[in-house]
Design a binder for this molecule. Structure first.
Ligand SMILES: *Cc1c(COP(=O)(O)O)cnc(C)c1O
Length: 290
């Protein structure tokens, strides 16, 4: 669903992937392939990542739906979280997820998967199977855009007077931006929420060597999950002004970057709401403790 949305006084469009269903936003897109795949012969999935990951929660729902066991490896689990799990971790555990702690979490997870004959899923589901869901997403955006007479943007040359669409979404691994851009002819812009622009660029090029994704650096460099007044403020303002709740980890960085560059966007803008708000309780608690 795409709806009009007012952001910093400008009318833009919002793709509500947060409303897709039981899965959260882009993780639903990433798991589309596996939802439709023949998994007979697989009884367990194994993945790894952070203890508050949206992907972890979505995988727990997926495993439950498909009657699979789910093992997840983190490199660290705080005493607080262990004693009293909140947010994504709480819900994933309720879905039957089994958690392991190991310093070399990816290696540990791979070994575990091998031993168990399980399906190994990369951190953040950043792997080639994720592309299928973004083909669907691209198709949905294209169908919407063609109805509104947006033109294909196949070259970097500005076609004067043409109605062109600029898509914006914040990135973690960059898989969502890379696979969307690969499958649609509109401009795709993103910003890094983990590490810097150069790192994100190399991650995106590893997934698609010819990627046309344009990376905009945030106003300043943020670490993943940073607690900063300006990040909380733009999240709160957007919620107050529009009534739409965004994710508190990626979207504040995305919204600030979009705001900073707003005047440079001459075309119409489509922002993708990639879900993740289930994780907001734990991030809010971190803000409150600070
Ligand atoms: C996972 C996630 C992202 C990052 O997606 P990538 O494909 O890893 O770049 C962004 N926003 C939300 C809400 C997410 O859950």
């Amino acid at each position: 669903m795409i709806e009009p949305f007012t952001f910093c006084g400008r009318k833009i469009w919002l793709l509500r992937d947060d409303l897709l269903g039981v899965f959260n936003g882009n993780k639903a897109r990433k798991l589309e392939y596996f939802l439709n795949a023949d998994l007979s012969g697989v009884s367990r999935i194994v993945s790894n990542g952070s203890s508050q990951s949206n992907a972890m929660y979505s995988l727990s729902v997926f495993a439950k739906m498909r009657g699979l066991k789910f093992s997840y490896v983190v490199s660290h689990l705080s005493k607080n979280l262990k004693r009293e799990p909140v947010g994504n971790l709480k819900f994933a555990l309720e879905n039957g997820m089994e958690i392991f702690v190991d310093q070399n979490r990816r290696e540990f997870a791979r070994e575990l998967a091998k031993k168990e004959g399980a399906l190994f899923i990369e951190e953040g589901v950043a792997q080639k199977e994720a592309e299928a869901g973004f083909k669907t997403q691209a198709r949905e955006i294209k169908a919407w855009a063609w109805e509104r007479n947006f033109e294909r943007q196949t070259s970097n040359e500005q076609n004067l007077g043409a109605k062109i669409l600029d898509i914006f979404l914040p990135s973690g691994t960059g898989a969502s931006a890379a696979y969307l851009a690969k499958n649609c002819e509109f401009n795709v812009f993103t910003c890094p929420c983990v590490g810097g622009s150069e790192y994100l660029k190399s991650e995106i090029l590893a997934l698609d060597p010819h990627s046309r994704v344009k990376i905009l650096p945030p106003p300043k460099k943020y670490h993943f999950g940073d607690l900063k007044p300006e990040l909380y403020e733009i999240w709160r303002q957007t919620l107050e002004n529009s009534g739409v709740e965004f994710d508190l980890i990626y979207d504040p960085v995305g919204l600030l970057t979009l705001k900073e560059n707003l005047a440079d966007f001459k075309n119409e803008i489509l922002y993708i709401h990639q879900g993740g708000i289930l994780g907001n309780v734990s991030q809010k608690a971190r803000y409150e403790r600070k």
